[in-house]
Design a protein around this ligand. Structure first.
Ligand code: PEP
Ligand code: MN
Length: 350
């Protein structure tokens, strides 16, 4: 942070600013010109509080923030990509040399439904199975999920197929229970700024899939990831899932540029959810291709053995045949993706 004092600021005013900055835990380095004093602020402290306090002080002309408010997740903290290995699966790793696909139904509905989904998506090449057991629904009258029974079904599907499990956690009270079953803890769009939950996930011992909020900016998404890392968990995977705009043809508006924009700002893996981003199964394959082409680290796709019977999000779910077709059509794109990653890794190593 750099503080520029007004021309001919008094010694008292400069000393007041210096004291205030030190009060917030920072060190001060000032440059004293003939007419103007510029104060450099370094160290670790409550940057927002310090910024706002100093900005309001008399004889301060301007305060400029130099480093990003998110530290651990920023590229300044780590230049290479963070690789996140998923426990107990056939080598799934986000941020590495493979494009990782998570697939499965919106909600866990029954043993038959989840077992069929798991077997089908595994055969088509997915590495992780998704399925909500705790569901955030807009209406309190809609299906709220099978809860622990659903978690047990996911565990059974994992045993049968070797797929890692991705499932949503909505409350800090459920973190411990869900962490017993999940390989990746999903934070849904509606909970991106549930700060109590984010803090609890800092201690959960599992990677977190953090979805972008419906009306959240890229920087707010990074601040939420910072909560999890600052509380002890560096394994956060970010997810673009569309944002709310005036457009109604699609359920949400996919901010595809957010993916490379995030990759410029953070070392964390970034994946795309083409299902919630569009709300329409016919658009999912094209958007998935775009996700591969733009350099996302993977996809999370909704797939259901009988989408017309799905209890939630049937309209955006592919059936197993459609998913297998999409996966095979993605193959040449994924091959190019892998080439590009290899070149990048070689360039970084030089
Ligand atoms: C989901 O993954 O089923 C879900 C509820 O997604 P989102 O939080 O992105 O709406
Ligand atoms: Mn869904």
């Amino acid at each position: 942070m750099i503080i520029s004092m007004k021309l001919h600021a008094t010694r008292e005013a400069i000393d007041e600013v210096r004291k205030q900055v030190e009060f917030f835990g920072y060190k001060v380095h000032s440059i004293e010109g003939e007419e103007r004093v510029v104060i450099g602020v370094v160290g670790v402290g409550d940057v927002t509080a310090c910024f706002e306090s100093v900005e309001a002080m008399p004889q301060v002309e301007k305060v400029v923030r130099i480093s990003a408010p998110y530290k651990f997740v920023s590229k300044e903290f780590r230049t290479g990509r963070t690789r996140i290995k998923i426990n107990g699966t056939a080598g799934a790793e986000f941020g590495g040399d493979d494009f990782v696909v998570i697939a499965g139904p919106c909600s866990v509905e029954s043993e038959k439904q989840i077992m069929q989904s798991a077997e089908g998506v595994a055969k088509a090449g997915a590495k992780l199975l998704r399925g909500g057991a705790f569901k955030p629904r807009t209406s309190p009258y809609d299906f709220q999920g099978m809860e622990q029974e659903g978690l047990k079904l996911l565990q059974k599907a994992k045993k049968a197929t070797g797929l890692g499990i991705v499932t949503e956690v909505m409350s800090d009270r459920d973190v411990e229970l869900i962490a017993e079953y999940a390989d990746v803890m999903q934070v849904g769009a509606r909970n991106m700024q549930n700060f109590v939950l984010l803090k609890a996930l800092g201690k959960c011992g599992r990677p977190v899939l953090l979805k972008r909020g419906l009306s959240s900016t890229v920087k707010e998404l990074l601040m939420s990831a910072e909560y999890i890392t600052a509380h002890g968990n560096p394994e956060v995977i970010l997810c673009e899932r569309g944002i709310r705009t005036f457009e109604t043809v699609t359920r949400n508006t996919c901010d595809i540029a957010a993916i490379p924009a995030l990759q410029e700002l953070t070392h964390l893996p970034v994946i795309l959810d083409p299902s919630h981003a569009t709300g329409k199964r016919s658009l999912v394959p094209a958007l998935s291709r775009a996700g591969v082409a733009i350099g996302a680290d993977g996809l999370i796709v909704e797939v259901h053995p009988a989408p017309e019977k799905a209890i939630s999000d049937g309209a955006q779910s592919l059936d197993l045949v459609q998913f297998a077709k999409m996966m095979s059509e993605l193959r040449p794109y994924v091959a190019l993706w892998q080439e590009a990653r290899k070149l990048e890794t070689a360039a970084v190593a030089q």
